[in-house]
Design a protein around this ligand. Structure first.
Ligand SMILES: [Zn+2]
Length: 160
């Protein structure tokens, strides 16, 4: 059995006048994430982890932010496309572990819905998608609520 680990990280600014999409879920908050797409920091980190594990480059290579095709795109579509890349390369997902880092809003109530959405797109069990959340204890740009970050690790199995 051939296993490969992948890691992804993503950051976005938090600004007034944008929707806040995290893990495929729209959160209630007075600020949203700034980006070319819907700026879903968690789904982007997972995409990068998947691409990294398969050594297929990164999200910017496949979905350039200069392309009008991806302007304001739902990141669930990017996640689905990325899943197709790794499926085509004969990988299946063993499990995903993630950590969100932001001050507000509180993520915990949204985690089950995020897990459900992600597991359905990636055809894995809900228990194969771990989502954790933390703050920076008010320190730095995340502590000042100027931005948020997501980290993701993934294990892929080659099914050749
Ligand atoms: Zn992003």
């Amino acid at each position: 059995m051939s296993l490969r680990i992948g890691f992804g990280v993503d950051f976005h600014q938090l600004v007034e006048g944008r929707e806040l999409w995290i893990g495929g879920v729209k959160l209630k908050h007075h600020k949203g994430a700034l980006g070319h797409s819907d700026a879903d920091v968690l789904l982007h980190a997972i995409c990068d982890a998947m691409l990294g594990a398969a050594c297929l480059g990164d999200i910017g290579v496949h979905f350039p932010d200069t392309s009008t095709e991806f302007k304001n795109i739902d990141s669930k579509i990017l996640l689905k496309k990325t899943f197709e890349f790794i499926t085509d390369a004969n990988y299946k997902i063993v499990n995903i572990d993630t950590a969100l880092c932001l001050e507000l809003p509180k993520i915990k109530p949204y985690i089950p819905e995020m897990q459900k959405i992600i597991s359905e797109i990636l055809n894995i069990k809900i228990s194969d998608v771990s989502i954790k959340a933390t703050t920076t204890e008010k320190m730095g740009f995340i502590g000042r609520e100027e931005g948020l970050a997501a980290y993701a690790t993934i294990l892929l199995e080659n099914i050749n």
